[in-house]
Every structure is written in structure tokens, then in C-alpha cells.
Write a protein that binds this ligand. Sequence first.
Ligand code: ADP
Ligand code: GLC
Length: 476
Amino acid sequence: MSKALFVVSECAPLVKTGGLADVAGALPAALAAEGIETRVLLPGYRVVMGQIGKTQTVATYDDLFGGKAKLRACKVAGLDLLILDAPHLYDRDGAIYGDATGRDWPDNAERFAALCKVGADIAAGGVKDWTPDIVHGHDWQAGLTPEYMRSAGCTTPFVFTVHNIAFHGNTTAEKLGTLGLDPARFTAENFEFWGQISALKAGLVGAAKITTVSQTYAEELLTPEFGIGMDGVLRARQSDLSGIVNGIDLDIWNPATDPNIKTYKTATGKAANKKALRKTFGLGTADGPLCVLVSRLTEQKGIDLLLEALPALLDRGGQLALLGSGDPKLEVALLEAADAHANLSVKIGYDEALSHRMMAGGDAILVPSRFEPCGLTQLYGLRYGTLPLVALTGGLADTVINASPAALARGVATGVQFFPINAHALANAFARLCGLYADKPLWKSMQRNAMKQPVGWETSATAYAHLYQDLIGAHS
Ligand code: ADP
Ligand code: GLC
């Protein structure tokens, strides 16, 4: 078995703010089936330390950016974890990336540099009896790993996955010394980015291979519109960049066994869940589709477009139940809109169990994102027979088959896509959705198509395994 080390800042079910955690939590089991043994290096946030129980200390650090630290090995939920227990960095009130008011922690550079440094130490043989053949870092929080591997003289191949290019992990050049980075590499060819240290760029430059979470996003990333300043760096590395679409955990997201819902094997079983969901959200009955949306509330997710286009759904007898949290301005706007419309109900918060009930009870799942590297909720929707209405971008373009006349004629459609990504096109998409929903035999056939889609990890885990094996082969 080959050995892979994940360096990652969140991992379900222990700690999650978004899809990154789902990927880190589900991919290791899928890789195991491919002959890859994965250990996940994760910060020992307070919320994580509270869940790990008995551990074995496998390394100690006298001074890791200002305090003592231990590396603790343990197993939780089938995951082989290496938890970086560094109280001065991770044991605090508030969220994992920032304080309770939503402001980033001022020492985030050190907090995630520490994770990378320990990742490099493990790669260089710092843990007895377990040295990885491949190191796989995820997003900017893991970006400095290849810099520290380089300083340690470690040539183990490093794979870097971009889950979202919007976050660069930039920090001031004054921290070069504090972070123990090589000043000679603070150049435009390496990790300097407009006068700052960019952890993201360090990952992009230092990786043997770069992946992102869908093929369309891999192409989009090369354009100024989607590359958000990194498109030039990525174009220079184009031959090493590929897209591997995310899967979902088919055990956790299984309508036939999901403990949160009234289980079902065919879409007819959704009716009881729909009734229960309407009750939960205080919605009455209606003729149009019951749409659901579960999301972080940020600019990325197109919530403002949704608010503008919503009359096109509500005026046709449609409904929307929305669960999300994030930008306070969007939260207020949504709550105000819900006050004004009987068929719009909004819950602000984060609720994993409710998100399952929404997938089971909804007719359609909305993902009107401006950009979406992969997106997971449309995949849950497919599996639960909840047809996705999505923007034509990133992973949303790759995982949904638009109900075009051609796709309908071939009987393969699974959802509705809209383009360009603006409120007008979204409003038109609502009209199309309501038209499809009104044609019951057609809607049912689309639900059947949706529920048959291969949304698990198998194919993508094979792709990662091949990528690893090629690099391991070339390295040894
Ligand atoms: P992103 O990672 O950009 O947030 P994804 O669609 O990849 O987008 O993943 C989001 C994940 O977080 C999904 O598992 C989704 O169900 C979950 N999620 C987002 N917001 C909430 C919420 N308010 N309550 C429960 N789950 C949520
Ligand atoms: C990011 C992206 C999302 C993707 C997730 C997991 O948060 O915004 O599209 O599904 O990472 O890769």
C-alpha cells in the first residue's frame, strides 16, 4: 500500500465550514479501496480536541511558532488522523478561521504555517514507522508545505488541490522571518505576490501536480475572470493542472438509509418528507415546486441574484426553504424578503440534520453561484431526486445535465442550468423549472435519471490514485 498524507484545515465529521471538510472526510476511504493508505493532518482546534478521545503522541515540538506542540495520532469515524495539538494556536473561543465577530484571527499566517511545517516534518520522516510516499495539500492553508519540505531537503512529491482560488492566504513580507521562510525565494517566480507572502502561490509553485475539483473549473481558473490574480501562475503550470470532480459519501447521503429522514428508494417516497419539511419551515401547500437552498451566504453563492429573480418562482406558485449563514447583510436581506413573502421561509444557522431533511423534502435544489469550483449540494440533490437548478459554471456545469430540448428528447436531463449568470437568466430558469414540474411524467423521469447518476467517489478516487502512483513511480 502506498501512503498519502493529507494536509488540510477542516475534515468532516470533526470540523466543517464547507465542502472542503466533506472531501477530506470522505476521500480517504475511497482511496483505501485504491490501495492508498491516507492519514489526515488536521489542526487541534478546541472543537476537534473535544472529540478525539484516546490518542498516541507521535512527535513533540518545543517551539512551534511560539509554544509547545504535540502531534497526536488517533482514529475517529474510520479516519486515521494526525492532530496537531498546539494550544497557543488553536485552543480558543470563536470559529476556526476567525473570532466570534467573523474577523480573521490575526495570527492565521502562523496557525497554518505551523500545520504546513509539521506536514513537512512528517514527510521528512518525523514520525516513527510512518513516512508518506505522497503529500497532498488542500487550499491555501496547506500551501506553504512544499516550502518547508524544500528547506528540510525532502523531495517527496507534493500534490496541491485548489478547492477555491478566492482565498489566497496572503500575509505581510515582514513575517518572512517569523514563519522561517527562505527570503531568497520571496520572488515573483516563487511565493511573492504583489509584495506579500502568498501561501496559495507557494502551493501552486511548489506542487508536482495541481488539481482542482472539476474539469470546467480547471479551465476557468486559467482566465482572469475566475483566476482571481492567480491565472498567470496557473497558465504557467497548465500542463500540470487537471480537474478531478468531487464525489459525495454515499453512506451519509443515502435516501434509503438516512436516519434524518423518512427513508425512500424511489422519488415517490419524497412526499412524506416534503410535508414534514413544509411544516418545519412554516410553509403552506402550493402548486409549484418546493425549492430548497443550503449554503454559506457569500458573494460567491449568488444570493443577491436569487433575491432579485425570486418573483419568477413565487409568482408561479413555487416555494423556497433556505438554510444558510454568513454575510450579515445577506442574512438581513433574506429575512426581510421572507417577511414579505408567505412562500419564502429562511432559517439562519448551520444545521447538518436539517440539510438532510431539506434534500429529502425538496423538489428542486438551487445553486445560483457566480462561480463554483465543484459544489456538493447539487450532488446530494441528484441522489435524493431533488432536481438541481444551477448556474452554468465550474462543477455545476459538469455534474448536471440541463433539460435542453435535445437532452429531454434523449431522456437524459437531470436539472436546469442557466447562463449568463445574472438575475434575468435565473428568472427564466425558474420559469423553465416550473414548466417541467407541471409535466408530472417528465418530472418523474428526470428524478429517475437524477437518482441514477454516479455521484460517489469511485471514479475520482481512481484518478487521484493514478496521479499519486505516477508521481511516486517517477520519484523512486
Ligand atoms: P462550499 O464549500 O463553497 O461552501 P460546497 O457545496 O462544496 O460549497 O459544500 C458546502 C457544504 O456545507 C455542503 O455539505 C453543505 O450541505 C454544507 N452546508 C453549507 N451551509 C450549511 C448550513 N447552513 N447548514 C448545514 N450544512 C451546510
Ligand atoms: C470549495 C468550493 C466548492 C467545493 C468545495 C470542496 O469550498 O467552493 O465548490 O465543492 O470547496 O471541494
